[in-house]
Design a protein around this ligand. Structure first.
Ligand SMILES: O=C([O-])CC(=O)C(=O)O
Ligand SMILES: [Mg+2]
Length: 412
């Protein structure tokens, strides 16, 4: 067994199994405490909430509680391993919500027969939470599921693998292109992977200025083209018949590669075929489409990012979902709209331009983090992410009319 594998298993097993637990926020020591916490005192908030459901935000943990919900059909880049096997990842997301944004999150793994069954299950419990983070649900089902739940739930619903990944990718890519002296509208973009993350990344890049006709989306059968008879879900929106049929053909003179597919699918020859000063984000987790070492061997002018924390430029949704939910919860947003996503992109992008505090460099294990090829996106342990991104998202929610509260004083 590799050393990392054993360390990871021990981390999860000891000193107690799992990564999260529940903590009490009120005293529960005396008979009087229990009189208030439970019978008879608890009847009072019950009656308040029965009369006005919004009082749940005042008298229960709802306002700061997010459900991390999966069916285990697309766990990281590992595939459809079922709901229970997804539990360590969902507990991991809960750990990150708490560690980075002070949000209490609980994992929920759902077994179900079909989309409607899953949607019903989530819709039926949604009011218990301040927000719902959908995680590791495979495409194309994830698109139908997210759309239906946004429609029927009264709290924000966000499929992290789509929009979290897209927000971080867009922020990192805009910065990387700036460093390479290129612009998003002119960039020729190859997206390997037409699942949840691939579709959402390309949609958000288009919203940020990329041209649809410059995008080549590729799934396991090749470039998305009109003669194909197997295009499901959102794929037809990305048909591009302008030439390439294979990954290698699409990589000729490409400015940008975004990988959200699986390990080791990109060859040295693919990288060598790209345009001068390319940007390569190989974001399959845990193993990228091509390793940074191999990219470096092939060409020195590339900016490289991965989804991992052990290389520079970690393009991972951890940079988004804790802070985005913080902002959304703080103004009690009804939903998470494009304005809020674009505000998060801009906040992340601009934060990377700022000088990096010494303690962030130390936590990242590096001595010189300045905006450049090895630093296009903030580090997850940067304490400025929370106020900066959450504020931008909260402000965008207020100005776009989906907030139920005004901007909290600490954001002003
Ligand atoms: O968990 C991660 O590292 C990123 C993610 O959401 C995924 O790969 O599904
Ligand atoms: Mg995920």
């Amino acid at each position: 067994m590799s050393e990392l594998r054993q360390q990871a298993l021990d981390y999860h097993a000891f000193p107690v199994p799992g990564k999260i637990a529940i903590q009490l926020t009120k005293p529960a020591e005396t008979a009087h405490d229990l009189t208030l916490a439970y019978s008879p005192g608890v009847a009072e908030p019950v009656l308040e909430i029965a009369a006005n459901p919004d009082e749940a935000y005042r008298y229960t943990a709802k306002a700061n509680l997010v459900a991390v919900i999966t069916n285990g059909t697309a766990i990281l880049g590992l595939g459809n391993l079922g709901p229970l096997a997804a539990k360590p990842v969902m507990e991991g997301k809960a750990l990150l919500f708490k560690r980075f944004a002070g949000i209490d999150a609980i994992d929920i793994e759902v077994s179900h027969r079909d989309n409607d069954d899953f949607i019903r299950t989530v819709a039926n419990i949604a009011d218990s939470f301040g927000g719902i983070n959908l995680e590791d649900i495979k495409a194309p089902e994830c698109f139908v599921i997210e759309r239906a739940l946004i429609e029927c739930c009264d709290v924000p619903v966000f499929h992290d693998d789509q929009h979290g990944t897209a927000i971080v990718t867009a922020a990192g890519l805009l910065n990387a292109l700036e460093i390479q002296g290129k612009s998003l509208p002119d960039a020729r973009i190859v997206c390997l992977g037409a699942g949840a993350a691939g579709i959402a990344c390309m949609d958000l890049l288009i919203a940020c200025g990329a041209r649809r006709e410059h995008i080549f989306m590729i799934d396991r059968h090749g470039v998305i083209r009109s003669e194909r008879t197997d295009l499901n879900g959102e794929k037809p929106r990305f048909i591009n018949d302008s030439g390439p049929r294979t990954l290698h053909e699409a990589m000729q003179q490409a400015d940008v590669f975004v990988g959200v597919s699986g390990p080791d699918l990109v060859s040295d020859a693919d990288v060598a075929a790209m345009a001068p000063r390319p940007v390569i984000f190989a974001c399959s987790n845990p193993d990228p489409e091509i390793s940074p070492e191999r990219v470096r061997d092939v060409r020195s002018d590339a900016i490289m990012g991965t989804g991992r924390s052990d290389y520079p430029n970690q393009i991972n949704n951890v940079l988004c979902f804790p802070f985005l939910f913080r902002g959304a919860l703080d103004v009690r947003a009804r939903r998470i709209n494009t304005e809020m996503k674009k505000a998060a992109v801009d906040a992340l992008r601009l934060l990377a331009h700022q000088p990096v505090p010494i303690e962030v460099q130390a936590a990242a294990g590096v001595t010189d983090l300045t905006f450049g090829p090895d630093y296009v996106i903030p580090k997850p342990m940067d304490p400025r992410l929370l106020p900066v991104v959450a504020r931008a998202v909260a402000q965008a929610a207020v100005s776009s009319g989906v907030a139920r509260l005004s901007l909290p004083d600490r954001y002003r």
